[in-house]
Design a protein around this ligand. Structure first.
Ligand SMILES: [Ca+2]
Ligand SMILES: [Ca+2]
Ligand SMILES: [Ca+2]
Length: 407
């Protein structure tokens, strides 16, 4: 019973202490509450104090004597400079965010500063008072150990009038963007990709590997010619652990502006898995900045598709693109349902222009009988051009690929 009473008293004391942390009408001169930094998901000092950006002053972030770059795992001097000729008391709150708006790096407090909330933001401590015109807070920031790309510091500064009330204060917002040193290259990004080709699909979640098994798969990626003109040097040097179905060409487009960010040729395996040469499980994109990306998947004679959604890369876990699921590609009816309930790219775009039309038939009919070949009109990838390839093409005539990735 005594123990329970102690717990109740202790709880009441804690509540009282939390409330006292912000005495009515006395602002947050001790330390500010969390998430008042002006970052995209945060409030500002003006949530309590008046006059955002209303005064004649300013707040600025200084990074390492105005340096524009940082290196991984390095510590930098930083300052928050508040100026307002009409005020005498000073406070701020700041976070560092990557392009995905994650908190990044760690802080080291300096005079009159304090680190909060699992090191995610830094603020004033015991707001300096009675100092006219402005105040500069100094502290340090240490960059993440691994490549993080662009970092943005968001700051909210409070130039206060020391009237022991939220009124009469000027709140200023600013941010500073710092790039990663160009001397350090971005990391490789591993991405899971799964897709089926309707022409090569047989049954039981499996596609043909006749081309590779027949010794006809080129060792060098085949997308260097028209219409792709992809000049990658992906080459099979050591035989893969499993037989590939064919090469595919993958592209990443930036979510922000849908511009092309990266391309790579990779091997598609019988079970739909796509992996870079020498990698069993993932597609590797070299030198890919951190960001959100759409994926385009291209094959020599199937209709190219663009993912419906984006993912963040480099990925932390098993994130990726499973294009064998319904509604995973942009546009309507870009893929075709298979007997296993999964979806596949449509066979028959023999000239790979993003449309399956009569000119594809004309491409086919020029050489309607070829054996033991790696040829663009072999729609079912059995290494022969026969009427079976015409039959693989006909269900998909009049298919129109999404404009973004058509040639
Ligand atoms: Ca005030
Ligand atoms: Ca075509
Ligand atoms: Ca064939």
């Amino acid at each position: 019973m005594k123990k329970r009473l102690l717990i109740i008293i202790s709880t009441l004391l804690t509540i009282a202490f939390v409330c006292l942390d912000r005495p009515a009408g006395h602002g947050f001169s001790g330390t500010p509450p969390a998430n008042k930094t002006g970052a995209p998901d945060a409030g500002t000092c003006a949530d309590c104090h008046s006059n955002t950006q209303a005064g004649m002053g300013s707040v600025a972030v200084i990074f390492n004597n105005n340096n524009a770059y940082y290196d991984s795992d390095s510590t930098y001097n930083m300052s928050v400079v508040l100026i307002d000729s009409s005020k005498v008391r000073w406070g701020f709150s700041m976070v560092a965010r990557d392009t995905m708006n994650n908190n990044v790096g760690t802080w080291t407090a300096g005079p009159n500063t304090k680190i909060h909330s699992s090191f995610t933001h830094i603020s004033h401590l015991n707001a300096p008072n009675g100092i006219p015109n402005g105040y500069t807070f100094n502290f340090q920031w240490t960059a993440p150990a691994s490549y993080t790309g662009q970092v943005r510091f968001y700051v909210a500064g409070n130039a206060a009038n020391a009237n022991f009330d939220d009124s009469g204060d000027n709140v200023y917002l600013n941010n500073l963007t710092i790039e990663h040193s160009s001397a350090q290259t971005p990391p490789t990004a591993a991405c899971k990709v799964k897709m089926y080709l309707s022409g090569a699909y047989r049954a039981n979640d499996s596609m043909r590997t006749d081309i590779y098994d027949g010794g006809l798969l080129p060792f060098e990626q085949p997308y260097n010619g028209y219409p792709w003109f992809y000049n990658g040097t992906e080459t099979i040097v050591v035989p893969p652990n499993h037989s590939p179905t064919d090469w595919v060409l993958l592209e990443l487009y930036r979510a922000a502006d849908t511009t092309l960010a990266a391309q790579t040729a990779a091997l598609l395996y019988a079970n739909g898995r796509v992996a870079s040469v020498g990698n069993d499980t993932a597609v590797i994109f070299q030198n890919l900045p951190t960001g959100n990306y759409f994926l385009a998947a291209r094959h020599r004679n199937h209709l190219a598709v663009l993912s419906r959604t984006t993912i963040a890369l480099p990925a932390q876990g098993n994130e990726g693109f499973d294009l064998t699921q319904a509604n995973t590609t942009m546009g309507n009816n870009q893929t075709i349902a298979l007997a296993n309930g999964k979806y596949a790219l449509r066979a028959g775009d023999f000239n790979a222009d993003g449309l399956i039309l009569v000119d594809d038939f004309n491409t086919y009919i020029i050489n309607a009988a070829l054996i033991n070949t790696y040829y663009r009109t072999d729609a079912n990838l059995d290494r022969h051009v026969t009427v079976a390839d015409y039959n693989a093409y006909t269900p998909h005539t009049s298919s129109i690929g999404v404009a973004k990735i058509r040639y």
